[in-house]
Design a binder for this molecule. Structure first.
Ligand code: ADP
Length: 174
């Protein structure tokens, strides 16, 4: 199975698509979202604005995903997904987090992509415990993998401490 855990800045990766842990407005924010918008340049914000609202202020509901070009990034595409805010775990957070990974993978496969990098969705400001997020995310990625033409999947952790959590979840599933 082609999933690898890397440490670093996702905006630097040479992959077909990087996934953005966005918020529902898709109009930028802090964390990895801010880094991606800074690296991609203002055309990314303009492209996000063009995406239709599904209800006022919401271009992408939690658990869903949208795709735009990557503009100044090495990556050709950005797949924007909105993770759940952690509220203790009994408010649908696991299903929403799984759905972020499934739908992002589905968009990548539909666009014929060969490589994709995910950040630790919801594990920053949204507060999802990474020890719970990592095994669930990895399982979801495996389920969504294209068996005929498997995507090269990276999970890009911003710190070595986060990478350790993901590597141990990955080896527990091998
Ligand atoms: P969320 O709101 O979904 O929790 P955050 O951006 O706050 O999203 O955090 C998600 C994860 O992305 C965190 O582990 C954070 O440390 C990490 N992160 C922040 N900047 C980057 C970056 N440039 N590249 C990769 N990961 C990043």
């Amino acid at each position: 199975m082609s999933i690898e855990i890397v440490t670093g800045d996702i905006t630097r990766l040479q992959v077909d698509a990087i996934v953005n842990a966005a918020n529902a407005t898709l109009l930028g924010g802090g964390g990895v979202d801010g880094a991606i918008h800074r690296a991609a340049g203002p055309a990314l914000l303009a492209a996000c604005r063009e995406l239709p609202e599904v209800r006022p202020g919401v271009r992408c509901p939690a658990g869903d995903a949208r795709i735009t070009p990557g503009y100044r990034l090495h990556a050709r595409y950005v797949i924007h997904t909105v993770g759940p805010v952690w509220r203790g775990g009994s408010h649908g957070e696991p299903d929403l987090l799984a759905s972020c990974h499934h739908r992002s993978m589905r968009l990548a496969i539909a666009h014929g992509l060969q490589s994709i990098a995910f950040p630790a969705i919801s594990c920053g400001v949204y507060g999802y415990p990474p020890e719970l997020a990592a095994p669930l995310a990895l399982r979801s990625l495996r389920e969504a993998q294209d068996t005929d033409a498997p995507l090269q999947i990276s999970v890009c952790c911003f710190s070595e401490a986060m990478a350790r959590i993901w590597r141990s979840a990955l080896s527990a599933q091998d």
